[in-house]
Write a protein that binds this ligand. Structure first.
Ligand code: ADP
Length: 354
C-alpha cells in the first residue's frame, strides 16, 4: 500500500513540473487509494475549475500506466468564505419542525442502526420524517437502505431518495466510498451545511441526523447552523463507550442543545433457546449514567442477530418485522421522543411582543 502510494507520488513528481510545480503539494497530499480506485480530493477556488480540470486530465492519462489503478476520481470542492461557525441558516424551520441529531462518542455502537429504525418508528406514528446521514467519514445509509444511486437534482437542489417512505440523503449517495476520510475540518463543515440547505426536504416534521462519532467539527457546525430540538446519545453498556457518550453529551450541553435522552444499545442478549437475558457487556450502565447526569433514559435495545442481518441486507428490522419485539422497543422510544420534543419546545422561553 505504502509502496503504491509512493509510486503515485513519483508519477505526480514527473507530471507536476515547471509551471505546474506549485500543484505538487496539493495533489500529493490529498489522495486516497482504495481497492484500485484512486481518489483525489481537491479544494479549489471556483474560478480555477477549468484550470484544474486540465491538470486532472494530464494526471489521469499518466496514472493509467500504473497497473494497480483501475479507476481515478477527482472530487473538487469549493468553499465560499462564509463564517461557518457563526452564521445560522435562515429559515431552518423550512427544513423540519424538529431536527434531532443522533450521536455517539465512538463508532460501532449502533448509532446508524438506531437512527434509521427510530426514524421509521416515528414515521409509523403519522409523522413526516427525513433521515440525513451526516456521518461523512463512514456513511451507512446506502448499506441500511440498499440504495446506491445518485440523487436527482431539481432547481439546483438534491432530491432526497425515498427509503421506506423516509426522505433520505447521505453523503454516501454522492461520493465514492471512503473518499471523505481525508477531508479536513472546513470541508466537513461545508458538506454538512450543503446537506442541510441544498436538499429539497419536503415539509418534514422530523429530521433525524445520523452524526459522525465523536465531538468534532460536525457536531459543532450543526449546533451552530440550525436550531436543534434535542440530541439523542447512543451508547453500549461498556464503561469506555459510556465515557465517550458523556463527552458527546457535554459537548451538546455546552452549546445549549437539550438532551432528549440516552439509548443503551446492545444492552443484553436475549437467548431464544434458554429464554434468558445474557448481559454480555454488563447492563444498565447507560441508565445509571443518565440518572447521574440528570437526562432522560429512553430505553434499551438488545444485541440481536436479526437486527444485524436485516440492517446489513438493506431492510431495517422495523420494516422487515414490524411486529418483532425489538421493533416494539423502537416504537416505545419513538413515542418518548415525540413527547419529549414537544415538552422541551413548550419549555423553551418565548419572547412575547404586544
Ligand atoms: P455506528 O453507526 O455506531 O458505527 P452501526 O449502526 O453501523 O454503528 O452498527 C455497527 C454494526 O453493529 C452493524 O453491523 C450493525 O448491524 C450492528 N448492530 C447495531 N446494533 C446492533 C444490535 N442491537 N444487535 C446486533 N447488531 C447490531
Amino acid at each position: 500500500m505504502e509502496k503504491n502510494n509512493n509510486k503515485i507520488v513519483n508519477v505526480l513528481k514527473n507530471i507536476l513540473i515547471g509551471d505546474l510545480a506549485n500543484y505538487l503539494n496539493i495533489y500529493s497530499k490529498n489522495f486516497l487509494l482504495k481497492n484500485n480506485n484512486l481518489i483525489f480530493t481537491l479544494e479549489i477556488e471556483e474560478n480555477k475549475l477549468d484550470h484544474f480540470k486540465k491538470i486532472n486530465n494530464i494526471i489521469e492519462s499518466e496514472m493509467n500506466a500504473l497497473d494497480f489503478i483501475s479507476k481515478i476520481d477527482f472530487l473538487m470542492t469549493s468553499h465560499k468564505k462564509i463564517n461557518i461557525e457563526t452564521e445560522k441558516i435562515k429559515d431552518d424551520s423550512k427544513i423540519a419542525k424538529y431536527i434531532i441529531p443522533v450521536a455517539s462518542g465512538k463508532g460501532g455502537v449502533g448509532k446508524s442502526t438506531t437512527s434509521i429504525n427510530l426514524a421509521l418508528a416515528i414515521q409509523s406514528l403519522e409523522m413526516k420524517v427525513g433521515i440525513l446521514d451526516a456521518d461523512i467519514y463512514g456513511p451507512s445509509l446506502p448499506r441500511l437502505t440498499g440504495i446506491n444511486v445518485k440523487p436527482d437534482m431539481y432547481e439546483k437542489k438534491l432530491i432526497p431518495h425515498n427509503a421506506f417512505g423516509l426522505q433520505s440523503m447521505s453523503i454516501g449517495y454522492l461520493l465514492p466510498e471512503d473518499s471523505a476520510t481525508i477531508w479536513r475540518g472546513p470541508m466537513v463543515m461545508s458538506a454538512i451545511n450543503q446537506l442541510l440547505t441544498e436538499v429539497k426536504w419536503n415539509n418534514l416534521d422530523f429530521l433525524i441526523i445520523d452524526m459522525p462519532p465523536g465531538t468534532g467539527d460536525a457536531q459543532l457546525t450543526l449546533s451552530q447552523k440550525v436550531q436543534l430540538a434535542g440530541a439523542i446519545i447512543v451508547s453500549t453498556p461498556q464503561d469506555l463507550s459510556l465515557i465517550d457518550a458523556r463527552k458527546g453529551l457535554n459537548m451538546f450541553k455546552k452549546v445549549n442543545v437539550p438532551i432528549l435522552g440516552i439509548i443503551e444499545n446492545m444492552s443484553y442478549f436475549l437467548c431464544n433457546k434458554c429464554n434468558t437475558k445474557h448481559e454480555i457487556f454488563g447492563h444498565g450502565g447507560a441508565k445509571k449514567e443518565a440518572i447521574k447526569l440528570g437526562v432522560p433514559f429512553l430505553g434499551e435495545i438488545p444485541l440481536d442477530i436479526d437486527l444485524r442481518s436485516n440492517s446489513d441486507e438493506g431492510k431495517p428490522i422495523f420494516i422487515k418485522s414490524p411486529e418483532n419485539y425489538i421493533s416494539t422497543l423502537y416504537l416505545d422510544i419513538a413515542k418518548k421522543i415525540i413527547k419529549n420534543v414537544k415538552k422541551s419546545n413548550l419549555e423553551s422561553p418565548k419572547i412575547i411582543f404586544d
